[in-house]
Ligand binder design. Structure first.
Ligand code: B12
Ligand code: NAG
Ligand code: NAG
Length: 412
């Protein structure tokens, strides 16, 4: 492998005439690293799921398995056993998997990771046990889920970067750069953040020039590349010799899982900042066999490029005996909840069967999984988006991508 990695480095160092060849070699390296990661997964690791998603490797069994296990683990352990940094990584991993970290559902339980993260972060800050790396990672996760109410942390990170310009590790400063780049647009402290980002990124560029491409050590390169890739507006007009830095990475034969997981995203032009807004609809395309014929009512002329969304649907009855089932379905964007339920029924008829009746307001769901509401007993199927009751019926309500819809057998 070292030989291969070396020749890739040489290839990429060549002039633009060989760009195509370079790309092919580069793709091989990415594939090779992905395979290594998949083969050597021994324990649950959100960073690996995150890297796979950013690299677009979302179709393997390993990926699906990992996602399910990560969700289970989050539901079981986030509150009790995890540090704020771990919760933050789980949030990034889930976000990049097009899952809503506010509504993680596994094994019959649903949790919201955001308040858990905030609470743990506050606790660790007040006990002074938090590291700058963790505080930055937490801030990044909160920023990616659009929670901007932790300005104190943002400010503290920026000040730390300015006061101790080169003392924290490259990894720590790189993570801080990612957090601050995300926070920059949503803060009142733009001057402070700009100064901090300018200082750190210039410091990285200086070090790279001095050390022939190396910033920190070979294991900080992943995060350092991510940081420089996303912060060019803060070191402009200075230019980054990207090729020089990448050559260091190409010439190293990465073996450790975590090192691979951090270096893969920049190799595919991504950073952890892409965990949030990365094209979920693009990765969740329906397989041809699942596709519904285009509805003539939608009147789309050009067809087959509609986007799809993933909706989680679960049904729970705790009133009469007990049952709980959950599934994810892929439907065209703009589908109603009724369409979601029909896809779920098609895929698993014996579980997600349901009946409805026509009313003046539209379809009313009378029974699910063979269990019907009853006026004498004052029971009915109530619908929720996560834990908020829907304010519309299944015939008109249109779930969003990643939304978790629950039908819960309830009384009124
Ligand atoms: C009582 C009531 C219920 C009762 C009805 C049972 C009963 N035996 O009374 C129960 C608790 C079952 C119920 C359920 C729901 N309801 Co309701 N319900 C009402 C309420 C307060 C009065 C309806 C009524 O009695 N009208 C008088 C009778 C004589 O007229 P009716 O047409 O025969 O009424 C029937 C239908 O309205 C039907 N029904 C009741 N709710 C809904 C909702 C939908 C979407 C449909 C298609 C039918 C339906 O049940 C009524 C009795 O059989 C209305 C308020 C309102 N402004 O209308 C909300 C109302 C109709 N419900 C509403 C909603 C959202 C729901 C749910 C979807 C809530 C949820 N999160 O699950 C569920 C339906 C889920 C499903 N299984 O499909 C909304 C509908 C809004 C909209 N955009 O259309 C309303 C307007 C409340 C609101 N948000 O202000 N509801
Ligand atoms: C969504 O569906 C409604 C009908 O249910 C239609 O009127 C509307 O144009 C559709 N919007 C898009 C963006 O397809
Ligand atoms: C509703 O429940 C009552 C009392 O449990 C029962 O007698 C009745 O048959 C039920 N109605 C329907 C339609 O199932």
């Amino acid at each position: 492998m070292r030989g291969m990695a070396y020749s890739i480095g040489v290839l990429l160092a060549l002039a633009s005439a060989t760009v195509t060849q370079g790309c092919i070699a580069h793709d091989h390296l990415v594939q090779e690293l992905l395979q290594r990661m998949e083969k050597s997964i021994k324990s649950l690791n959100p960073s690996i799921l995150l890297a796979m998603n950013l690299a677009g490797a979302t179709h393997s069994h390993v990926h699906n398995w990992l996602l399910q296990e990560i969700k289970k683990d989050a539901v079981e352990r986030a509150q009790k056993d995890m540090t704020s940094g771990q919760v933050a990584l789980y949030i990034l991993a889930l976000l990049s998997s097009c899952q809503d970290p506010r509504c993680v559902h596994a094994m019959g339980k649903t949790i919201n990771l955001i308040p858990i993260l905030k609470q743990k972060m506050d606790e660790e800050i007040s006990k002074n046990v938090i590291t700058w790396y963790t505080e930055s990672l937490d801030t990044l996760a909160l920023c990616l889920v659009k929670e901007y109410d932790n300005q104190d942390a943002v400010e503290a990170i920026a000040k730390e970067l300015l006061n101790h310009k080169s003392s924290p590790h490259v990894d720590t400063r790189a993570m801080a750069v990612l957090a601050l780049v995300c926070a920059y647009k949503h803060t009142g402290k733009q001057d402070l953040i700009r100064d901090a980002l300018k200082a750190v990124t210039n410091d990285f560029l200086d070090e790279q020039e001095r050390r022939n491409g190396m910033i920190g050590n070979i294991y900080s390169m992943g995060l350092a590349l991510q940081a420089l890739e996303t912060s060019s507006e803060f070191y402009a007009p200075r230019k980054w010799d990207r090729a020089q830095a990448f050559r260091v990475v190409y010439n190293h034969d990465y073996k450790e899982l975590m090192a691979i997981a951090q270096v893969l995203p920049p190799l595919v032009g991504k950073s952890y900042l892409n965990a949030g807004r990365w094209g979920c609809t693009a990765t969740n395309r329906m397989s041809p066999s699942q596709q519904l014929p285009p509805s003539p009512m939608l009147g789309t002329v050009g067809v087959p490029t509609w986007t799809t969304i993933t909706v989680q649907f679960s049904i729970t009855n705790t009133l009469k005996n007990y049952f709980h089932y959950s599934t994810s379905v892929c439907v065209p964007d703009n589908s109603t909840l009724l369409q979601v339920m029909k896809v779920a029924r098609n895929e698993k008829p014996d579980i997600f069967c349901f009946k409805k009746k026509k009313t003046l307001r539209g379809p009313f769901v009378t029974s699910i999984h063979g269990l019907a509401g009853n006026e004498t007993e004052r029971t009915y199927w109530q619908f929720f988006s996560c834990w908020s009751p829907l304010q519309e019926g299944v015939g008109t309500y249109k779930p969003k991508n990643w939304e978790h819809i629950q039908a819960i057998f309830s009384t009124y």
